[in-house]
Structures are given as C-alpha cells and as structure tokens.
Design a protein around this ligand. Structure first.
Ligand code: FE
Length: 200
C-alpha cells in the first residue's frame, strides 16, 4: 500500500450515538439510501459497550454535534464507558421515541435497526430513519476539525500524583507505571505507541 493516510481525507463528522442504556461518540455515519425513510449506517467498535447494547436494542439515535459543543459531552460519551459511569446523569437530553438525544446538538435522527454487518474491528449498523428534527443552523463538527482541535475539545485532566498514559487519539487515560506491551486502547483500539506518559 503506497499511503494509507488518504483514508484520513474521507470527510466524516462527529456524532453522539445513543441507544437504550448507553451511547458513544462516532464518526462513521452515512446516509446510504434516499426516500421518505432513508437508511443511515453507523460503524461502532466491537469492544465498545454501545455495540453490545445495539445488538439487543431495536433503535438508535444520532445527535449531530457542532463545533461549539460543550466538551463535557465529548468527554462523557467518548472517553468513558457505561460499564463504569452513567453518561446520561450529567448530560441534558430530550426523550424522543423512547431514546435520549443530546440537547446540545444541531438535531437528531432516530433509526430502527434493520441490519448489521460485522468485520474484524467494527459492526456496521444499518437503520431506517423513522424520526428526525433540526434544532438550529450551527456548523456541524467535521472529524478533521475534531482532530485539529481535540486538545481543547477533550481537555484531558489526570489525577495528581499518579503516572497516567493518555491515548493521543481519543483521550482515554490508563493509570499505571508502565503500559503492557500488548496494550490496546479500550475506547478506540489503538496500540501502545499512541499513548503518551503524563505525570502531575
Ligand atoms: Fe483511544
């Protein structure tokens, strides 16, 4: 392969994916058909708890985030797992079709899951759009914008007096003196080489 980095030039956005009892931040969302109820696809990492939930739930919601979104939302939904915290506790949401959508967003799409395809790392969930609304005309955040501004968007603070390893891709923090050689980020899947040591 001459240069795989071209894949980073695929234009993607930043979204909060929610479903019953969970949710996460995703970038791979596409509209894949037209009509009154178009199909929307979203890819979710297999190691992600939200993936487990989607395999049992019938619907999901995509909230479109904008460039000025409160960083707490990206932190809460992107850097944590419902295995450990309740993401909805400190996030303002609106309940639509029995799913919580993010209030601080440009709008939402509610989809009924009709199919899913597993690959090595991700599951592609395909949903039929059953409800949607636009809240405002703010500028949608692109994945490129997120990458350029992620230091501000995910202000990672680590606990004092502890050695922390921070994932440079998603901001996940692992506390220990050393990172195991085969360590993989539980949030985004990258290896040890993309973690930076931080001590404060
Ligand atoms: Fe990560």
């Amino acid at each position: 392969m001459k240069n795989k980095k071209i894949t980073r030039k695929i234009t993607q956005g930043v979204y909060a994916l929610t479903t019953n009892n969970g949710g996460c931040i995703v970038d791979a969302v596409s509209q894949i058909s037209a009509g009154a109820n178009p199909l929307i696809s979203v890819a979710v990492m297999k190691t992600n708890y939200t993936n487990e939930l989607l395999k049992n739930n019938k619907t999901f919601a995509i909230s479109v985030l904008d460039e000025t979104v409160n960083s707490d939302i990206i932190n809460t939904f992107g850097m944590n797992s419902m295995r450990n915290i309740n993401k909805f506790e400190n996030t303002e949401t609106i309940e639509i079709e029995n799913i919580k959508v993010i209030k601080d967003s440009i709008g939402y799409m509610i989809c009924e899951i009709i199919d899913s395809i597993d690959n090595d790392t991700h599951t592609l969930f395909i949903g039929k759009l059953i409800e949607a609304d636009v809240f405002n005309d703010k500028k949608p955040m692109s994945y490129a914008y997120y990458q350029e501004n992620k230091n501000d968007l995910i202000k990672v603070t680590t606990e004092k007096g502890k050695i922390a390893w921070v994932c440079q891709i998603c901001g996940y923090v692992y506390y220990d003196d050393e990172l195991p050689d085969d360590f993989k980020c539980p949030m985004c899947g990258v290896g040890k080489q993309l973690f930076k040591r931080k001590e404060n």
